[in-house]
Design a protein around this ligand. Structure first.
Ligand code: ADP
Ligand code: MG
Length: 362
């Protein structure tokens, strides 16, 4: 049997991907001034690429040499989405996905960094750089996202309706940093437009009190990461194909008008929103939130202490732990974001793949 990969190696060999266009466009100078010196001081060997176009990071990850100790993304969540999908298309996908990914937060949405480093340090470049040189590998679930015969992987979230529009609809306001999400949220609450979809869920748990109690009792543990995994097989989905409308009896359906659906893991999706307070990175489940159109006042009230997870207890916010779910739109117009990246507003389904990817964690 292979020795467990402990991830405690000194002088790490790093593939660094810098997105000059992420966030407010300051990634290059932030990397050179604040991050690279820390890597050099730790005697890491660096192989740096500045991404030149969307999908560049995807293409590099797909062909990545498997001897790197980590892939470092100097950008936001969008670049991590590309890296994960590139690794999943590698000739040795499972093995490629054991190479840990570590974010340096220079995007506007830095959800992964917030979840790894915490809300105090989530946007701190030095804390993120230290995690790259000292962090330990940690397994995380991935979500396969299938739409129109194509499969992608999502590491963080899928959003439909308001919560997708607040990101995709504010791209022109990148100069604002993550304030653009707040503005997008307020605009969405003013518009208060329902998204016409059916949401079907293969539910594991839906009792909010039970879920909150459970999360308080969970102890963190160290993962044993084996770098020599089954190499060539692709992770398989088990759901019936999309056009197949007969889902098993253990699925439930919601047809009530919804303001948004937000599914994924966290707990944070942004500095001011703990959307998934009872999620765990490796429980083999996805947290699915379905927000009814209650009142604008309730929506605004829940923003108070949203960074502490207040919306979880909100009237009209359904919260499920699920094995899988499916969304069927009843209109051609709408907004869908996967890890903050735009996807067509068409029927899709999502299934959890436990512990498929690897991250570095303090
Ligand atoms: P942000 O949080 O600011 O959105 P992301 O990491 O999500 O930052 O990156 C945003 C997008 O930038 C991603 O979709 C990525 O594909 C794209 N991208 C990467 N390199 C470039 C480039 N050189 N020019 C334009 N877009 C790029
Ligand atoms: Mg993005």
């Amino acid at each position: 049997m292979d020795a467990a990969y402990q991830g405690t190696k000194r002088n790490r060999h790093l593939k660094v991907l810098v997105n000059p266009k992420g966030g407010q466009g300051k990634a290059v100078s932030a990397f050179r001034k604040k991050v690279e010196p820390i890597f050099h001081a730790a005697q890491c060997s660096l192989d740096v690429t500045y991404t030149r176009h969307p999908k560049h990071a995807y293409a590099l990850a797909k062909e990545l040499s498997l001897d790197y100790d980590a892939v470092v993304t100097v950008s936001g969540d969008g670049l991590i989405h590309e890296v994960i999908n590139g690794l999943a298309q590698h000739t040795q996908p499972r093995r490629a996905l054991t190479i840990p990914i570590a974010p340096i937060p220079t995007g506007s949405g830095n959800g992964l960094s917030l979840n790894l480093l915490g809300i105090e340090d989530g946007f701190d470049l030095a804390a993120a750089a230290l995690n790259v040189i000292k962090g330990r590998p940690m397994k995380t679930d991935l979500f396969s996202f299938t739409q129109n015969g194509n499969r992608h992987f999502s590491f963080m979230s899928q959003a439909v309706g308001l919560m997708a529009d607040l990101d995709l609809g504010t791209e022109s306001l990148r100069w604002m940093g993550d304030t653009r999400f707040l503005l997008g949220f307020l605009r969405g609450v003013l518009r208060f437009k329902p998204c016409p979809v059916t949401l079907s869920i293969k539910v594991a748990e839906r009792d909010k009190v039970k879920m909150a109690e459970y999360i308080r009792s969970v102890q963190p543990k160290d993962d044993e990461i084996h770098r020599q995994e089954d190499q060539l097989d692709q992770p398989h989905d088990t759901l019936p194909p999309l056009k197949h409308s007969d889902l098993d009896e253990d699925w439930i359906s919601l047809d009530t008008p919804l303001l948004y659906i937000y599914a994924g893991q966290g707990p944070y999706v942004g500095r001011d929103l703990m959307q998934f307070p009872v999620s765990l990175p490796d429980d083999g489940l996805i947290d699915v939130v379905a927000q009814e159109l209650t009142s604008r006042g309730d929506m605004l009230k829940a923003m108070d202490e949203a960074e502490k997870g207040a919306p979880y207890w909100m009237e009209g916010q359904h919260y499920f732990k699920a094995y899988a779910y499916r969304v069927t739109p009843h209109s051609l117009k709408g907004c869908l974001a996967v890890d903050g990246e735009a996807y067509p507003f068409e029927e899709f389904q999502v299934e959890v793949h436990p512990k498929l990817a690897t991250l570095l964690s303090p």
